[in-house]
Design a protein around this ligand. Sequence first.
Ligand code: ZN
Length: 331
Amino acid sequence: MFGNRIARLAVIATAVAIGGVAITVTATPAGAATCNGYVGLTFDDGPTGSTGTLLNVLRANGVRATMFNTGQNAQNNRSAAQAQVTAGMWVANHSWNHAHMTTMSQAQMQSDLSQANSAIQSATGVRPQLFRPPYGETNGTLQSVASSLGLRQVIWDVDSQDWNGASVAQIVSNASRLQAGQVILMHDGPQNTRDAIPQIMANLTSRNLCPGMISPSTGRAVAPDGGGGGGPTTPPPGGGGSCTAAASYPNVWGDRYNTSVTVSGASSWTVVVAVSSPQRITTTWSGSASVDSSGTVLTMRSNGSGNTFGFTTMFNGNSGGRAQIRSCTAG
Ligand code: ZN
C-alpha cells in the first residue's frame, strides 16, 4: 500500500585530489529522497499564535503534516488556519474546544463535532475527514457519531510527549520509533517540538521514511498524492518551485572539512543540510545561515551571493561522515 516512489536519484561524483590521492565522493541531491514508507506527523490544538512559526519550520524542512485543529481555535485564528492549508498541510477535526467527550451524550457529541467541522471549513475551505478525540479518549458512541459526519477517527501510534515537557532529544528519540504507516502525536505550541523537527526529519530520511498524509479510509499514513486527505494535494512546501542541490567536499583536514553546495533550478532557495553527530557545523559562507541547537542541521537561504554556498564541519572524532543534502526548496 505504500507507493515505492524513487525520485530522481541523480548522483554526482567529484574527484578530489588530496595529498596526491584521488578520492571520489558522492552526494545525493535534494529531491532524491527514497520513500520506502510514509509516516503521519500530526500537530494538535492549533491554530494559535504559534502556528505561523511552526509552519515556517515545517516548510523549511520540506514537511507536510496533519493539523488537528479545535473548531474554537480555527474560528478565533482564521488566518492561521488558512496559512496551514496554504503551506500544504492537511486540516482535521480535534473537537470544538477540547472537552472530555466520552462524558457527553450522543447529541452533545454530534453538536460538538459538527460545530468544529463548520468552523474549520469556514476558515480553511476544507471539510475535515479525520477526527482525533481530545486526550485520545473515545468510545463506541463517539466513533459512530464521528463516522456519521464523515470523520475517520485517528488516535496515534507514537506519543512524542511534547505536551508533557519532553526535551528536544526526548521528542527526537520518541519519533525515531515511528514505523511505516504510523502516526505520531505532537502539538502546535511547544518550542521544543519545533526545534526537534530538523532532527526528526534527519532520522526519517536515514530510514527512507517520508512524511505522508493520513488516509481517511484506513487511518494509516500514505503517500501525499493519494488524494482526499482532507486537504489539497498542492501546493508542495516552498511555494511550488523545485530546485536541486549537490554537495562536494573540496577541502579535508585532520580535524575538519569543507562542504560546497551548488544549487540549480532556482535563484531564490532554501537548502537544508545535515551532518552526523558528533560532527558540528562551525563556519558558513555565501548564504543566510541558521544552524539548529544540535549543531548538525544547517538551513541556508539564498542572500544574493550566488548559487554556491559552503560551510566548515568539525569531525569531533567522526572523520568518516560527510554532510548530506536534506532538501532544496525554491522561492
Ligand atoms: Zn489536544
